[in-house]
Design a protein around this ligand. Structure first.
Ligand code: MN9
Length: 293
């Protein structure tokens, strides 16, 4: 298995105006991340991949294209989580056969699943696929909060190797780091990467790394070297960029910034707004000039 530490882009997916996958665009986004952003890996099929609006066949198509384009150049994690456990298993088998280095699955959401139900969800995917698993914890979108004791229970399964921690609860993060020094912990909020790095995370998985990956790596590495002041200055600049992105439409704006780089990042998938207005497009150009030139 590849080294799974470091900077992972949460891969964006290029769609055509009619909502179909733009294969050429998707390949260009993969290439851009590997060649220009120099990422250590890609997290495929996450929130940033607009995954929860796609069919099973489309999700497979994206796993296939991303792996075909990336080859063995970087580590690849496939997010297969779904409220439909059978779909999660099917996708997990598919991504495992393609050669993904690890699976990841969002905690099942929408229904208020009990912890034993959540645990069974992970155990089932692991049993059926034999793959390593990274828990994707994103309470602000799922409403599912997992505490230290529950992580301890999940981590009893040696196949559960880590967590993508998309939350701003730094007390919980510190407790997890202390309790599980050998599990992989990834920061999931790019705008909070520095405090997470100070607490000793192993890596970060983020949407903005598709365009700001070089600066993200610098923040991560400076923090690891204890150069917090320098890292803080870069996080400040990064957060001015992220504030601009969030205020202008998260995925649409990152796609707009990629288009400025000559990458066919395309449209978003409805029900998300498909594209930017002229006024939003102007903001993209300003962000590009100010932060990414
Ligand atoms: O997976 C991403 N989460 C979502 C990580 O998109 C929900 C983050 O990279 C955020 O997009 C980013 C902006 O808030 O931190």
């Amino acid at each position: 298995m590849k080294n799974l530490k470091g900077i992972f882009s949460a891969l964006l997916v290029s769609f055509n105006e009619d909502g179909s996958i733009n294969e050429q665009g998707l390949r260009q986004i993969v290439r851009h991340n590997i060649d220009k952003m120099k990422v250590d890996g890609l997290y495929v099929g996450g929130s940033t991949g607009e995954n929860f609006m796609l069919s099973t066949e489309e999700k497979k198509e994206i796993f296939r294209i991303a792996k075909d384009e990336a080859g063995d150049a970087v580590a690849l994690i496939a997010q297969v989580g779904s409220v439909n456990l059978k779909e999660a298993v099917e996708l997990g088998k598919y991504a495992t056969a393609l050669g993904y280095d690890s699976l990841s699955a969002v905690t099942p959401f929408y229904y208020k699943f009990s912890f034993p139900e959540i645990k069974n969800f992970y155990e089932t995917i692991i049993r059926e696929t034999g793959s390593p698993m990274i828990v994707y914890s994103i309470p602000f979108l799922t409403g599912v909060n997992i505490g230290v004791a529950q992580f301890a229970e999940l981590f009893e399964n040696p196949k559960i190797i880590g967590v993508k921690f998309t939350a701003g609860d730094f007390y919980l993060l510190e407790r997890l780091r202390k309790a599980f020094p050998n599990h992989l912990i990834y920061a999931g909020f790019d705008e909070m990467m520095l405090p997470a790095a100070v607490l000793g995370i192993d890596g970060a998985i983020g949407s903005t790394f598709n365009v700001n990956g070089l600066r993200a790596r610098q923040i991560f590495e400076l923090a690891q070297q204890g150069k917090v002041k320098e890292a803080f200055e870069l996080q400040n600049v990064t957060n001015d960029l992220i504030e601009g992105i969030l205020g202008n439409g998260l995925y649409q704006t990152i796609k707009g910034l990629l288009e400025e780089e000559g990458v066919k990042a395309g449209y978003c998938r409805e029900p998300m707004t498909k594209s930017l207005t002229d006024a939003q497009q102007k903001v993209v150009k300003e962000l590009k000039a100010k932060f990414l030139s």
